[in-house]
Design a protein around this ligand. Sequence first.
Ligand SMILES: [Zn+2]
Length: 460
Amino acid sequence: MRIRGLTLFLMAVVVVLGPAAAAQIEDGPAQVAPAIGPWLGAARGSVTTVTAVDGGVSLAGLARDPDSASPISYEVVVDGITVASGATARPDGFGEAVGFSETLVLSEGLHEVCLRLVEPRLGGRTVDCLTATTAPPNTVTAKARRAATGILRTTSGVIVPVNGGGPGNWQISTPCGADAVVETGTFIERARVVIDPGHGGSESGAAGRGILEKNLNLDVAEIVVEKLRELGITAELTRTADYRVPIAMRAEIANALAPDVFLSLHHNGGALRRSSRPGTEVFYGNGHPQSQRLAAIMYEEMVDALDDFDVDWVSTVSEGASVRLRDDGMDLYGIHRFSPEITSIITEFLYLSNVPEALLMQQQGMVELEAEAIVDGLLRWWWTEDAGTELGRRFTDSSSSGTGGFDGCVDPALDAPDNGALAVGRTEFLTDQAIALAGLDAQTPLLPALQLGSDPAVTD
Ligand SMILES: [Zn+2]
């Protein structure tokens, strides 16, 4: 079900502001309103990022190749008036990525900037709009819906929500939820996608054959973010190394960035029932149609990626895309409860606790394959109106390990004077020789004590 031959082209439009506005831009990226418009229905394009650059604003757009090798015409429409237009050919024909740029001058104030593709197959459609303002940041209305105003990537690489302040005096919440002030870091106001690598620090999650889920989650998440950025789609992580982040803080990071999608990435543990197909699970928030559609698409993409392999799969009754509720009728997972306005899903690709699946996950290219499936799912959700396969259902199951909360949380170092990064937990892939040397049977789980229960720590 992957989109074969899905081709994309990137557009970069540079908007240069007038002298007065340009001076304000120097104060930092907060000058640029991040009110990026929604993807408009079945539209095939979007402005994906707005970034303050030297002397202006850089807009990056993304659009689907309309299955033709003909030149693509475009217009940039500001406040309802076409201010720039052009056409660009795909030099090598069908499928070739193309890019183009424009230079505009805008007066000070709030502007609506729209991108219109004139390619006949797109019907001369306006594919995406955003607002960009030259006004001071405290007049940017787009921030009203968020509590935190963005995130800071600290010098040690830790992601923290920003509650106020500015350069030299950033008021932030630490990963464990304490108030703190840090002087420096990279401020990020918005991201289209937030990827949450489940667990971390003292909470390892599931395990099997030497793989700790927390490390594998981060490995896959980093590749997903990298691939999205290559496509011009802004993406951030909630966790960047091996440290604890309570679920509520992960959601706070997502809420601060107001993304299109908040995806919590996991690998499962605990199932024993043999299955003829992968036991992939994807969960979405109750009563959220867009999350439901994304979950159904993501389930398809993940199973499609795994189905080619001949493996003794396991599953439970909650395979598929489904809603999981507590006894009180609320969503079980904090990822959904704490970010109710955001399209959010939790993915459980396969069962690490099932040795054949852990062995598969150790094969070369599997981490990359999972990341590709996730990116393909996100693109399908954006570019199509596919409903996907749900298979699961709405069910009540309050069982929880009680992890994912604040108890025992230890903050990582936020400042690294030498800009050194924190240690990143890495998945240890054991070779067959190493397993033989250790005197272990290939069917012996290396970390049996961590396999109890289903993937535990995403509930609080
Ligand atoms: Zn997990």
